[in-house]
Design a protein around this ligand. Structure first.
Ligand SMILES: C[S@@+](CC[C@H](N)C(=O)[O-])C[C@H]1O[C@@H](n2cnc3c(N)ncnc32)[C@H](O)[C@@H]1O
Length: 303
């Protein structure tokens, strides 16, 4: 529940039958705006489709609307200090480890990196954006070191304390991974040829960004011609809307449980992720799939 595939299919068909979808754009500022507007138009159209379908379809649509929020996670706001935010991201890292999320992420990302290395004949560079305290980058680095794989890894986040923590862990565990502070939205940072990468990963952070911001990230990737952009996030569903805050509450950190609920309410449906990628990079180059409890958006660039 909450993917609303039937109503989404009708809504998307209706939008496509009209001129102007997917919307064209010239600049990244335009891309951000047209993507936000297109996702809003899709949700309006889906509401109309759900009304026509009626019954359980309409109930599901109303549940989805009641749940949606634009609220900011405590982690991103200024009500918590950096120390408290660090506690939340550490808790998320423990939860990811407990739920065996990192091996799943490695299974998704590594084939793209190895393919990029095979094609180029050199080590592939994996860059993670918004990576928190680097749990995924560290796990990938351990695998790469243990198996001698042709991959180099950079982890990044906007919060310096997370980068400090991740770098310390890499040093203590002697792992081949670098951590840098990077604002995924800064036009003078990522995407401006300052960091070259073959595979760009945004894991469990997509819902921290608006549709337009995700589209801009994808388009910036395209400008750098990497092999792929991989966006991974929670699967939008009632089960996770209840399950994420429940599992988060097991660590007895109230602000972590609250953030879990806010996040689960913000997860994008797979149709929304597809629309965002299509506007940013064209229809043929993207795929959206589910590896429960995750949605995986892959955008391929080049051949
Ligand atoms: C839910 S956490 C996910 C962290 C990590 N990927 C994980 O799974 O543990 C979201 C992360 O997005 C980061 N973030 C938010 N806005 C950002 C931005 N503009 N640039 C880079 N990172 C950002 C936050 O600092 C936070 O670490």
């Amino acid at each position: 529940m909450l993917q609303l595939n039937t109503a989404s299919g009708i809504a998307l068909g209706n939008l496509r039958s009209r001129k102007g979808f997917p919307p064209a754009w010239k600049t990244l500022a335009e891309l951000e705006q047209v993507t936000d507007r297109a996702v809003e138009a899709f949700l309006d159209e889906r509401l109309q489709a759900s009304k026509q379908l009626g019954g359980a379809y309409l109930l599901e649509e109303l549940a989805d609307r009641a749940l949606r929020t634009g609220e900011q996670e405590l982690m991103d706001g200024d009500r918590l200090n950096e120390r408290e935010k660090l506690d939340l991201v550490r808790a998320l890292d423990r939860q990811n480890s407990f739920m065996q999320i990192y091996p799943t992420l490695i299974g998704i990302v590594l084939p793209f990196a190895l393919e990029a290395a095979r094609r180029s004949g050199r080590d592939a560079h994996v860059l993670e954006l918004a990576g928190g305290t680097g749990g995924f980058a560290l796990a990938l680095a351990e695998k790469v070191r243990n198996e001698g794989l042709p991959v180099r890894i950079t982890g990044s986040d906007i919060v310096p304390a997370y980068i400090g923590e991740a770098g310390k862990q890499a040093e203590d565990r002697q792992l081949p991974v670098e951590f840098i502070r990077l604002d995924a939205l800064d036009p003078d940072g990522f995407g401006n040829n300052t960091v070259d990468a073959d595979v760009i990963v945004v894991s469990q952070s997509l819902h921290h960004f608006t549709p337009g911001q995700i589209a801009v990230m994808i388009a910036r990737c395209a400008q750098q011609s990497p092999a792929a952009f991989i966006g991974i996030d929670g699967y939008r569903s009632l089960l996770l809307a209840a399950g994420v805050p429940f599992i988060a509450s097991l660590q007895a950190i109230p602000s972590f449980a609250i953030d879990g609920l806010v996040s689960a309410r913000k997860f994008y449906s797979e149709t929304e992720l597809g629309i965002i990628a299509e506007i940013a990079a064209g229809k043929g180059s993207r795929s959206v799939s589910c590896s429960w409890p995750l949605s995986i958006l892959c955008v391929h660039f080049g051949s």
